[in-house]
Design a protein around this ligand. Structure first.
Ligand SMILES: CSC[C@H]1O[C@H](OP(=O)(O)O)[C@H](O)[C@@H]1O
Length: 319
């Protein structure tokens, strides 16, 4: 089952807010329904957002909507992952060719995501085996698996390729509060893959590294700036600091569509601040405030290497 797909001229997607308990496929017939699915993280993850953006513009064209207006609204649904506006822009560029051409471009982006992430997964696995093989324990953060893409993950795509080569040891993952993409989604994917894994609380991630329980950290990305700064789920930056301190590789796995050459560095990236209610709950006194950053910035000098579907980038500004 794909995370997101185009069937009978409709967008279909798994509602990830209900996982792991319920696998519910929802049908999206309007741009407003798609925007709601993006905002509430029914569909999420940078590559999946790129595909959602592409399919959303195609849907607008099929429905006879004002396509430019729809493209603008979809792009604004979430600000940080560059893939969303990338996917929107790729299909909007076909506007003059008509709705059928736009649908074909969106379907190409959908199918290409699978190939690109399989390529980057295998490239990243080989990079790790060459340095750390033959059996590698890793720590990962949030969910950068098939549920963040179409059906091949990025960080978990590397794990899947390590498994293909018999080189995956144990995977440690953190819960990733407040929406628990790690404990709910990554744990579920690893269980489906038959890969041994252990969940820790977010703040324990650096201790997992300091105690030598893993050989490398692998994470995804939502936007990679021109200087190599990596924007990813909140909690990534502390892991990069801890990896540097522990002297282990910090590997970022992302397709080329996550690289944003128009943004000079991470300080220029809009970091999504989500509703405080996602953090506050019955355990917190009324009147308490919450600051709910959804992402953070890992400076390029803490990133050992970036693996994409086309290349390995280590320690150099992106060109
Ligand atoms: C393969 S990119 C996945 C990336 O997206 C996640 O963010 P969200 O769950 O808020 O969409 C997180 O940053 C992951 O690393």
């Amino acid at each position: 089952m794909r995370t997101i797909d185009w069937r009978n001229d409709r967008i279909v997607l798994i509602d990830q807010t209900l996982l792991p308990g319920t696998v519910k496929v929802i049908h999206v017939d309007t741009v407003d329904e798609l925007i709601d699915s993006i905002k509430r993280l029914a569909v999420r993850g940078a590559p999946a957002l790129g595909v959602a953006g592409a399919l959303g513009v195609a849907l607008a064209a099929k429905n006879g909507d004002d396509v430019r207006e729809a493209a603008e609204k979809i792009s604004k649904a979430r600000p940080t992952a560059v893939n969303l506006s990338w996917g929107v822009g790729k299909v909007l560029a076909e506007l003059d060719q008509g709705a059928e051409a736009m649908i074909e471009e969106a379907k190409h982006i959908l199918e290409d995501d699978i190939r690109r992430n399989a390529d980057l997964g295998r490239r990243g696995a080989q990079w790790l085996i060459d340095r750390l093989g033959p059996r590698i324990n890793v720590h990962t953060h949030c969910n950068a698996g098939a549920l963040a893409c179409v059906e091949w993950g990025t960080a978990l795509g590397v794990v899947r390729a390590l498994q293909e080569r018999g080189a995956i040891g144990h995977v440690y993952l953190d819960e990733t509060r407040p929406l628990l993409q790690g404990a709910r989604l990554t744990a579920w994917e690893l269980q489906q893959m038959g890969i041994d894994h252990t969940v820790v609380v977010d703040s324990a991630g650096p201790t997992v590294l300091a105690r030598g329980l893993v050989d490398a950290v692998i994470v995804g990305a939502d936007r990679i700036a021109a200087n190599g700064d990596v924007v990813n789920k909140i909690g990534t930056y502390p892991l990069a600091l801890a990896a540097h301190r522990a002297g282990i590789p910090f590997l970022v796995a992302a397709p080329e569509s996550t690289i944003d050459p128009d943004t000079p560095d991470g300080s220029q990236v809009e970091i999504e601040i989500r509703d405080a209610a996602e953090i506050l709950g019955e355990h917190t006194p009324d009147g308490s405030k919450a600051l709910n950053y959804a992402f953070d910035v890992t400076p390029a000098d803490l990133v050992t290497a970036i693996v994409t579907d086309e290349r390995i980038i280590n320690g150099k500004p992106l060109g």
